[in-house]
Each structure stands twice: as C-alpha cells, then as structure tokens.
Design a protein around this ligand. Sequence first.
Ligand code: BES
Ligand code: MN
Ligand code: MN
Length: 463
Amino acid sequence: MPTSASPSREDLIAWTATVRGEFETKLREFVEMPTVSADPQSKPDIARMADAACATLRDYGAIDIRTIPTDGNPVVFGRFAARGAARTVTVYNHLDVQPAGEPQWKSHPFRLAISGDRYSGRGTTDDKGPALSALFGARKAHQDGVPLHIQFLWELEEEIGSPNFEQALRAAGDSIRTDSVVVSDTIWVARDKPAVPAGLRGLQTMLFRLETGATDQHSGTTGGAARNPIAEMAAVIAGCLDARTGRCKVPGFYDDVVAPTKAEIADFKASGFSVAQFKKDHEFKSLRTQDRLDVMKRIWAMPTFEVHGLVGGYAGPGVKTVIPPYAEAKISTRLVPDMNPTRIVRKIRAHVRKLNRDVRVEAQHHLMPYRGKTTGKHADAVRRAIQFAFGKEPVFVREGGSIGAVLTMEKLLSAPVMFIGLSLPEHGYHAPNENFDWGQASGGMVAFRRYFEELAALDPNPH
Ligand code: BES
Ligand code: MN
Ligand code: MN
C-alpha cells in the first residue's frame, strides 16, 4: 500500500498544471512528425521520431537509451532506474500513426491544433498523447523516488500489425527483462466510464484479386462479351457476407467462436455503454442493430468480415465508359477466442474458390485474439490507480481492436500485461480530426504516477 508520504490526488493534479506547457510542446513535436508506418515514404520521419524519442528519454533522466534495430522500423528503449527498487515495469506505447489523407480534416493532420483543452492531429490519441501521459507519470514517480524501475518500449510499426516486434524483443533478450508490462493504447466506454480490456480481437487481413484483362477497354465495343471484374468481385463479396446483417456466409466461420460467459455479459450490461452515444461518437447515421447488448457483443465479442476498399475501374470525375481489367478488394476479419487465422483463411479461400475460381485470395498479416487478465494483484493495482486518478473504478470489458505487441510481450517477456488506456470513443481513433484532451492527459499522468507507486508497494520482497 502507498505510504502516508505519497502525494494526494490534489497534490498530483496541481503538479500536472505545472507540466502542461511542457506536455503540449512535446505533443506538438511528436505529432508534427508524420510517422505513417503504412507509407514507405515516411521512413525518414520514422527515423527522426526514433531519435526524438531517445532524446526525450535522455532529457528526462532515463538511462540505457537505445533503438533496437529490426528488419523494419526500430523499437525505442530506455529506462528510469530507481534506488532500492526490486521490481521493473515496462510501459508499452506506439509512436507510429495511421495515414491521414481524409478530406474531412478541419486542421492540418500533422500540425498540433490546440483549442482549449482539446488537442487535434493524427496520433494525438493513438498513441502519442497516451505515450506522453505515461512518460510524464513515470518521470514524476522517478523524481519522487518511487522504488520501481520503469522502462519503455516504444514501437514504430504497431499500425501495420507489429511485423518485427518479436524480432526486437528476441534481439534485446535479457537486457529488457521485466516483472510486468502496462500498455496504454486502448479506449474507454465513455468519458465517465473508464474501461480496461478483458481481451482484444485478433485480425487477419487479405487481398482478393481478380484479373480479366490487361488494359481498360471501351464498353461500347467490348461490353456485353467482356467480363466485368468489379461486378464479379462485388458478387464474391456478397457471397461471403450478408451485408445488411453482417453475418459471414463462409461455411464454418463461426465454429471456434467462444461465446462470452454469463459474467462477461453481466460486465457488458454494467459497462455504461450507450447506443446513442456510440452513434454520436462515431458519426453513424444508422447501425445494423439498435439492441444495446447486441451492439456490445458485435464490437467486443464477435468476429467480423469487413470490406475496407475496392480498387479498380474508374473513380475520377464525370463519366468514363470503361471495362476495367482487374478488381481488388481489401478484406479483413476480426477474430475472437478461439478462432485461428490459418483455419479461417483456409475456409475463406475454399469458399471464394467455389464462388469464382478466378479470384485469388492473398493472406496478408494476422494477429491472434487475446484474452486479458481481470483478476490478481496487478489488475487490482490498475483498478486502484484509475479510481484514484479519475474517481471511478474501471469496467473490464473486451475491446474490439487489436494490438500485435501484446501477445508477443506476454510470451517473450513472460510477464503479465496490464492496460491503462486513456483514449475516448469521441477522440476518433483512425478518423479525421483525431484528438486527445487535457483531462485525459493529466488524469492519465496521475493514474500512471499512482500505478507505479502501487506496483512498488506490491511485492517489496519478491525473492
Ligand atoms: N490502439 C489501437 C488498438 C485498439 C483499437 C484498441 C480499438 C482498443 C480499441 C491500435 O493502434 C490499432 O489501431 N490497431 C490496429 C492494428 C492493425 C492495423 C494491425 C487495428 O486494431 O486495426
Ligand atoms: Mn493504438
Ligand atoms: Mn491505431
């Protein structure tokens, strides 16, 4: 338990006000580097980001600072070493971001726009803002002499599925050993409903491709006899998915889905989730279902079959009466326990082959579904830290997104992985006008400061 010398919530809130300017300057520096991991042209910015992250750690008093090279982007490492500490915690965040080409941006995505308590820009909430909140909370714990080693792993290719993260952890080996991990890269149910993931969905991305010609052809001279690859692709997609209900038609798709337990359903019901708020946060005009429990099951506990983009044909202004030579569909499925990506790809491939033998299914990247820990001393420390900082205990519900690094860390570091996410649905993960806010940033600093103190107090004598 924290000692009587530990700062009160009021002390810490007062402290956050003193670092607000510094936080905003740092957030601006980070957001203004367009670290789009999906875009090969961002390589120089990724390299600059890694350097800036190392420099930040150095300025804040960390040691052992380095980038762990991989075949892809490096992983940034550094740590605050504490006197008298018996335990180490690792803080995980990612500093790469999604592309930001959407036309609906109201300010430049790679300029930090500050409006009152709101910070807008790509990466503000996913995940540079939370990364800095955790860092500021850690630096404060370090300055206050909390007896805990706190180290950082900052990834630069989370948004493309963490393809080289395992390689980085293997290369670093024992030099990054840790007793536990805390990830700050998840969202709450709502501003007044803190949430901790009890699980994450997995993901399998795929490309369906159909080629029926080599070049565009005039639909007047060839149409009628020529095949239309876009129309055929649309039929294949319709053969895989009942678009209105969302039900996947691939035989056996749902075979391995483990239904949420009674206790999980009770947690869903008690989560404070609201369909109206969900629609508002994500700017939806309507949904596939209005039923509250059904919506929660669909986003947290059921698999999906999704079409992200259809490539091919003419999409420019006006009319162009063309027969396109190919069509490509960008497809993914979110996976839940105990679904297996390899088995799912096999089923989808067999089904697509029956629908249209000319369509090639290329399996791209996959992430396994993840089941989180909701009990034990670390989960209780998370509960207490969030209660302390935000005045509310978190609900533990599954989350719909995926974070590739989580299972890798659990496996290779042999340490429990906990979550203190700070993002809100209204912050617009991956959306135009993505934003973060000072309430979540400062509350997050306090939550992390407290969590580190809780961890230091957990096991003074582990050996
Ligand atoms: N922070 C998200 C993961 C997330 C999303 C957690 C929603 C909780 C709720 C992460 O940055 C992310 O976007 N992951 C991608 C991974 C993919 C591109 C391989 C995802 O889930 O689509
Ligand atoms: Mn993220
Ligand atoms: Mn993301």
